[in-house]
Structure formats: C-alpha cells, structure tokens
Design a protein around this ligand. Structure first.
Ligand code: CA
Length: 454
C-alpha cells in the first residue's frame, strides 16, 4: 500500500513539475496535483453543548479545544443525526439518515449482539480508502458486536478499541459483563485508561502514516458513563452485569465528569503537538464533534439548550463542533450554518477528491470551512422512538406521541428562542401543517422497506 502510494505521488509530483515548468503563470492553479489532506476526526461521546470552555462552560477547563476553536472555526448550529450513540455513528459512516440502514436506536449490549451496520453499505472509511487513504479507527465503534460487523470489514485498515456503547475505562468490560477490547478483529486487551489508550493508538498511527494521506477516526468514550477518572479503579468484571452506573456515588459524578473531559482535552493537545512536530498541520483537517447531547441529571451540560440525550429538543442533538486547519480555515471563525453528522461523509470525500457514492442524504460543507459560501436551504429531520422533528430555517417542529395525545405538536423559532420555551404552534397553524406534511413525507420515504432494531 505504502510503496504503491509513494510511486503514485512520485508520478503525480513529476507531472506537477512538468506542468509548472510549462506554464509558470498558472502555478497557483495546479493544486490538483498536491497530496490530498490528512483527516483527523475526533468524536466525544455524550458531550453536551455547554461542556467545553469555548461553548460557555464555567467549570470544565478545556484550553486545547478552546485553542482549536480560536485558531479555526466553531459551529453554533451543528447537530448529531441521532439523540443517542449508534444512530449518529450509522449516519456518520454512511452519509445517510440512519433510518435508511435500520439503526434508529441504540445497538444494545443486552439485546442486539447479532445486528449491525450491514456490510453492503459504502462507509466513509471505504470511500476514503478508495480515494487512496490509509484508514484507522481507535475507540468506540458501536455499529455491531459480532465479529462480522468489525470496522476492519467496513473500510478501516486498523482498529483498536471497543464495539459496545461503553466499557469500564480500565477493565474494558461492557455493561453486560462481556470483555470488549479489540485489536483489529481479535479480542485482546491492552492495559490502560481508555482515553489515554485511544490517544496513544492515534499518535502511533500518525507517526507510522505521516507520509500517506490518512483518515484517522478517534471516537473517545469520554464523557460517557461509567464515570471513572484517570486514577480511578476498575469496577466491572467478566460476567457481572452493571447496567447503569451504580458504583459511582452520584454526588461525586460532577467532579469525575469534569476530570474526564479535561483529560480528553489534554490528550487532544498531545495529538496536536504530534501533528505540529511532524509538520503535518498545513495539510491536515482536524474536526471535533460530539455524537449526541449531554446526559440528564449530572450538571448543566447542555446550557442554554432544553432537553437531554435521548430527546429531540436541542439539548439532545445540538452539539459542539470545531474545525481546525491552519492556513486553510481562517482563525477565529464562527459558523451558524445548520449542519448534521451525515454531512461529514460528503465533506471529507470532497476534500479527498474522491468519488461520491450515490444516494447520500448529507451534503458537503467544504465551502463553509473555507468561508466561500453558504449551504443551500434544506429541511433536516430527526426521529427517535415516538418523537420526530423537522428543521427548516429557524423553525423547528416536534411531533410526539404522549399519553394525552397521539399527535402532540410543538413549534419553536430557534432564532429567538434557542431554549425552546415558547410553543408557537397555536399561532401558526398553516406553518405547522406544511412542516408536518414534509415530515410525514420524509418518514414514509426514509423508512421504506428497511427493518428496524426491535
Ligand atoms: Ca453517545
């Protein structure tokens, strides 16, 4: 792989030199011959909209993420496709609404050990691999427990990490008591704290592949439960079921949570240092985001948003997102474009100059990154359990089944009311009708013939 790529780049470099010699006046136009950028995608797990400094946290200190935001672009209206883990990851990997691949809910350790993202789907890793990239994932997969759903069968050259929703940060055992730490498609442990291990793997990957275009995906576990700090102890053992977080006293969770996020931030700082020392920053996009909103009960993680992980209020799916690429993305930028996880696939492929698969729902936001234009107007949709939502411009309609009503409708104008406090449905019956019609049409089209997790 490496030698073939080196030959490929030697040839293209020679071609570039010939073209430059032939036409000096157009030298700036010959960037097509340059090596495509490295792409580093870092995804936090359950990190809320207000959980890091540059999004307003008063308690959690995140100098490294804050620096990436101040030197790059911070997104204020970025959304996870799902309000929980697996759906967002399915959308990220396919560039489609997760409903199209039947992963609308969590692939649970208890009930879904034999389902996953079907292999026939073209994943982001497969598409980038086809475009000449070496690909690695270190951290959380959560798109299938069985070996046949392993990320190494979905376009990733290398994998270390876990396939469940969460593991003990030290013993690497999932909440149903199964050991869950993989080296590629083999179950094999590595000693260490999950956040630190993922970072070490990522750094090692960068050092080994710095000459190639690489796609490195680092889905951290932080700050998903179990709440365990770096100097804590393992508390899950093989065969023991600890379905929630009963080992950590609730009053100690805020301090541990803060430490977990700060340790992730410290680790991200280490990775950036490695990129700088390897002189890779001018040709590497770093993109950071969360997979869904913050969890209820343990602090004001989603402030100023209403709602939590698992809900379709903004707190469930509007998440932090930062893009950093010195020299390419202007420093200190803020984007208010409405973007979803499924847009990452076409954007990365656009940057890689790869072939776009057919049937994607996401769209490239490359021009937003480079401050060269806005995205076209579009409607965006969410559905989880008995709740569904549509976003058009500043309007958001949420339709839910409640005990009192099968069709409970809420309409918010997010421009004036980001906290979703004033339901304007009663004052805007025509708009409600229009949005509900679009929502119904989307639902019918997107779920056509696809079996769902039960
Ligand atoms: Ca999550």
């Amino acid at each position: 792989m490496k030698s073939n790529l080196n030959i490929f780049y030697s040839i293209t470099l020679s071609m570039a030199v010939l073209v430059l010699a032939d036409s000096c006046s157009s030298s700036n136009k010959n960037t097509a011959f340059l090596k495509p950028p490295n792409i580093l995608l870092i995804m936090a797990d359950d990190l809320g909209y207000g959980d890091i400094g540059c999004y307003g946290s008063k308690t959690i200190v995140t100098p490294n993420l804050d620096r990436l935001a101040s030197e790059g672009m911070r997104f204020t209206d970025f959304h996870s496709n799902g309000a929980v883990c697996s759906p967002t990851r399915a959308a990220l990997m396919t560039g489609k609404y997760q409903q199209r691949v039947g992963i609308e809910g969590v692939i649970t350790a208890a009930h879904h050990r034999d389902v996953g993202l079907v292999l026939k789907e073209v994943t982001l890793a497969e598409a980038l691999k086809k475009a000449g990239y070496v690909t690695g994932i270190f951290g959380k997969w959560h798109l299938g427990y069985a070996e046949r759903y392993n990320p190494t069968h979905q376009g990733f050259d290398e994998f270390k990490g876990y396939v469940s929703g969460n593991v003990d940060y030290f013993s690497h055992i999932d909440q149903e008591g199964y050991f869950d730490w993989w080296r590629d498609s083999i179950l094999k442990d590595d000693k260490g704290y999950t956040t630190d291990l993922i970072t070490q793997y990522g750094i090692d990957f960068i050092k080994r592949h710095k000459e190639e275009p690489f796609f490195l995906y680092l889905p951290y576990e932080t700050p998903h439960y179990p709440y365990q700090g770096r100097h804590g102890k393992p508390f899950r053992t093989i065969g023991s079921k600890r379905p929630r977080n009963k080992t950590t006293p609730p009053d100690s969770i805020p301090a541990i949570y803060k430490e977990m996020v700060e340790v992730m931030d410290e680790n991200i700082g280490k990775i950036i240092e490695v990129l700088k020392n390897a002189h890779l920053t001018k040709n590497t996009l770093v993109f950071f985001c969360s997979d869904n909103g913050g969890v209820k009960n343990y602090g004001p993680h989603n402030f100023p948003l209403h709602g939590w992980k698992g809900q379709l209020y903004e707190g469930g799916h509007r998440v932090p997102a930062i893009a950093w690429w010195p020299g390419k993305i202007q420093a200190g930028m803020r984007s208010d474009e409405t973007i979803m996880s499924m847009d990452i696939f076409p954007t990365f492929l656009d940057l890689a100059r790869g072939t776009m698969p057919k049937g994607l729902d996401g769209i490239s936001f490359k021009k937003v990154l480079f401050s060269k234009g806005d995205l076209p107007e579009r409607c965006l949709f969410w559905r989880f359990h008995h709740v569904k939502a549509i976003r058009q411009g500043n309007w958001k309609l949420i339709v839910s089944e409640t005990k009192a009503s099968k069709n409970h409708v809420e309409l918010y104008n997010l421009k004036d009311d980001i906290s979703e406090t004033k339901n304007l449905a009663g004052n805007n019956p025509d708009l409600v009708k229009r949005l509900q019609k679009k929502l119904d049409e989307w639902e019918k089209e997107v779920t056509k013939g696809v079996p769902f997790l039960s």
